[in-house]
Design a protein around this ligand. Structure first.
Ligand SMILES: [Fe+2]
Ligand SMILES: [Fe+2]
Length: 292
């Protein structure tokens, strides 16, 4: 399909970069915006339906304090995986800071500052939450890590992977934002602050991807969609399905809890509900994404 936009893609990016950079200013440090006094461990840190075991009889039988603790560990792991992903993106943005047109460089530096702000906010959360010593320092998905480090910065696949890496956690942030009742207000604030910035990042990534896809043929798009479908599943596993060790850390009795979460039909529906808009938008770009 030909690009029907009268502006050349490069001019289009310049326009978008200027516009988005304008929305990124003035910058406000998210750590200073959170009311940390309201952080409490006597509350859920996720809406209950967003907990991986929700809907199973085993979960319903857990006492309230253990259900609270599970939400704490799942939310903290979600943030920790965010720090992992942001560290990869920071690496790439920093390397690109001295290449390309001035306008896109400026916008990339805004993204870099915002991503650093998110990671700082998450680390502050760990320090204040009391989970600091048990936090994770995990190796997350090896293939996503390798691709994040090695794909060429200007390649379509790099931006496709970036878009997924921003969309997949953002869908959970949006769910938390819309179902905040009964959730610790600090967890909600983090989700709101994060998804406000991510809206710009996602819009930029989507524009890049759209321009690239408009210029490519249907075979290329089919192959590209197959690769993105595989990456999407890996991002979803990383962000929505905790490992067995997390359930032990949260104080649950012997499992197998991770297998129960994977077999949990309510969880699958929850994930499909969260990711549905992402898949629809990707399909709208002419990508036959294989999901779920
Ligand atoms: Fe972020
Ligand atoms: Fe982002």
């Amino acid at each position: 399909m030909a690009n029907t936009n009268p502006m050349k893609p490069s001019a289009l990016f310049t326009e978008r970069a200027i516009q988005l950079a304008r929305h990124s200013t003035p910058y406000r440090d998210p750590i200073a915006r959170v009311n940390w006094e309201r952080l409490s461990r006597n509350a859920f840190w996720l809406p209950e339906p967003a907990i991986s075991l929700y809907g199973t009889p085993e979960y319903a039988a857990l006492p309230l304090d253990i259900r609270h603790a599970l939400s704490h560990y799942e939310f903290a792991r979600f943030l920790d995986a965010g720090v992992w992903l942001e560290s990869l993106f920071l690496e790439r943005l920093a390397k690109a800071a001295h290449t390309g047109p001035m306008e896109t460089r400026v916008y990339h530096l805004h993204e870099l500052r915002e991503e650093a702000g998110h990671s700082l906010m998450f680390l502050e959360f760990f320090a204040r939450s009391g989970l600091r010593d048990t936090i994770f320092l995990q190796q997350y998905d090896w293939l996503l890590t390798r691709l994040g480090r090695q794909l060429p910065f200007r390649s379509t696949l790099f931006w496709g992977a970036i878009l997924l890496g921003e969309e997949v956690p953002d869908r959970l942030n949006r769910y938390i934002r819309l179902h905040a009742e009964g959730v610790c207000p600090v967890a909600v604030e983090l989700s709101v602050l994060h998804s406000t910035d991510e809206a710009r990042h996602i819009s930029y990534g989507r524009d890049i991807l759209k321009a690239r896809l408009d210029a490519s043929g249907s075979t290329t798009r089919r192959i590209f969609a197959a690769v993105l479908s595989m990456l999407l599943k890996r991002f979803v596993t990383t962000f929505y399905y905790p490992p067995e060790s997390l359930y032990r850390e949260a104080g649950l009795p012997d499992g197998p809890w991770a297998a129960r979460a994977r077999a949990n039909g309510t969880r699958r529906l929850f994930v499909a509900h969260c990711l549905g808009p992402t898949v629809t938008r990707l399909r709208g770009l002419g990508l036959p994404i294989n999901w779920p």
